[in-house]
Ligand binder design. Structure first.
Ligand SMILES: Cc1cc2nc3c(=O)[nH]c(=O)nc-3n(C[C@H](O)[C@H](O)[C@H](O)COP(=O)(O)OP(=O)(O)OC[C@H]3O[C@@H](n4cnc5c(N)ncnc54)[C@H](O)[C@@H]3O)c2cc1C
Length: 393
């Protein structure tokens, strides 16, 4: 027999404000205004933290990434949902299909169809959807963080212009070349994996492609292409010695982790065009050849992280996103990991500031739950690279 519903003895209590009682509202400094940093700031603001500032080194936070394709899986999409960001705003082609095509002698010999548990967006679409929701004054461009000190038992950020900012929690979301990682976890250095992701964005108004297409033409090479608003976005992975990288992009891989369009030399274009013509079916080689807007990223490896949070006096500094664990692009996990880590960090900080949870324990639980995913993605990169035939030079 069904039991009648009994109302709770006490009426439900209102959710208390953050930092109720005597503890002051925490100052949270986010370093890096790309996908991970801005997502983190929005999640914190939504949770009620009202003293959040994002410090971004680039003078114009919206223009520094070219805008390449990024696949987001359901957990990350769910977090964006919670922020009220509808997929129609950042997913232009809602396909879940991945076509994997084996190529020999420039001809397709086998096609496999997979379903991706997520959607494709681009850095530009997603970054715009995120930053337009930030209240004025939260994102401060042109603010290059150079150091971290302890003052009055709290973290203090040092900037290239000589200014300083006090905080209670510092979230380093400052990407592959992270200053935060160099300061907090200096033994983990990036190593060049011996190949480059050449990227291109070619405008075309007549593409029939609606899905994500991956071509595998043999050892040392992979080509992916997908539709984006007004064109196609492609990535061509090619083996490249450190000396050739320097020749093609003007600086060694460790110094130039993103080659912007003005860094891509005629030699780099010729390298990509020549290989495309040798291994890809003619229409794809023609797409590469016709592309004027190009960028590149050297593929890097790093030792897996063993921690994400460090005490600084009575405050904390944490690493998230590529700052924590830059992973090889074909894992498709970099942005996903950053968004998931930001959401879980917000939960831990909320439990502390709203419900009085012990902060060190909350952060320990956060890193214990998030580290395995980051470590797995770091380890998966070289395995995928070996499958492509790309090894350390
Ligand atoms: C070819 C390619 C394909 C990819 N595909 C996928 C995919 O399908 N799925 C996926 O999840 N990921 C993918 N990724 C990875 C993804 O793009 C990154 O993991 C993600 O953009 C990292 O975001 P982030 O905010 O952590 O770091 P970044 O985007 O690197 O941002 C760091 C920010 O910090 C700023 N900054 C740096 N130093 C300082 C400082 N000292 N002071 C202040 N600001 C600073 C930088 O200017 C930058 O704005 C791909 C990457 C590549 C190259």
């Amino acid at each position: 027999m069904t039991q009648p519903h009994t109302p709770p003895a006490n009426p439900p209590r209102a959710i208390p404000a953050l930092s109720a009682g005597t503890s002051p509202r925490p100052r949270i400094a986010v370093v890096g205004g790309s996908l991970t940093g801005v997502t983190c700031a929005l999640l914190l603001l939504h949770a009620g933290f009202d003293r959040v500032t994002v410090y971004e080194a680039a003078p114009d936070a919206a223009s520094h990434r070219g805008g390449g394709l990024i696949g987001l899986e359901h957990p990350a999409l769910g977090i964006l949902d919670r922020l009220g960001i509808g997929q129609d705003e950042f997913v232009a082609y809602p396909s879940e299909t991945v076509l994997e095509v084996t190529i020999r002698y420039r001809q397709p010999i086998h096609t496999a169809r997979r379903t991706y548990p997520g959607r494709n967006t681009t850095w530009s679409l997603l970054h715009h959807a995120l930053t337009r929701r930030l209240p004025d004054g939260i994102l401060q461009p042109g603010r290059h963080v150079t150091g971290l000190a302890e003052r009055d038992r709290r973290p203090q950020l040092l900037f290239a212009d000589g200014t300083r900012v006090d905080a209670d929690v510092v979230v380093f979301a400052d990407g592959r070349a992270s200053t935060g990682r160099r300061l907090l976890d200096p033994s983990r250095r990036l190593r060049y994996a011996g190949y480059v992701a050449h990227r291109g964005h070619t405008p075309t108004s007549h593409t029939l492609l609606r899905d994500f297409l991956r071509l595998e033409p043999g050892p040392g090479c992979q080509y992916t292409v997908a539709p984006i608003p007004d064109g196609l976005d492609w990535t061509l992975y090619l083996t490249c010695s450190p000396a050739d990288y320097t020749h093609c992009f003007g600086a060694p891989p460790q110094r130039r982790m993103f080659a912007l369009p003005h860094h891509v030399s005629p030699a780099a274009r010729a390298h990509a065009d020549t290989h495309a013509a040798l291994v890809l079916p003619a229409p794809h080689a023609a797409t590469v050849h016709a592309t004027t807007l190009r960028t590149a990223a050297p593929v890097m490896d790093i030792d897996p992280p063993t921690r994400m949070a460090w005490p600084v006096g009575a405050g904390w500094a944490v690493l998230i996103g590529d700052a924590l664990a830059p992973v090889r692009p074909h894992t498709g996990r970099g942005a996903n990991n950053g968004i998931e880590q930001a959401a879980a960090l917000t939960t831990a900080l909320t439990q502390h500031h709203r419900w009085g949870a012990h902060l060190a324990t909350a952060l320990d639980g956060w890193q214990r739950r998030q580290l395995p995913e980051a470590v797995a993605a770091v380890r998966q990169g070289p395995r995928l690279g070996a499958h492509l035939g790309n090894h350390q030079p």
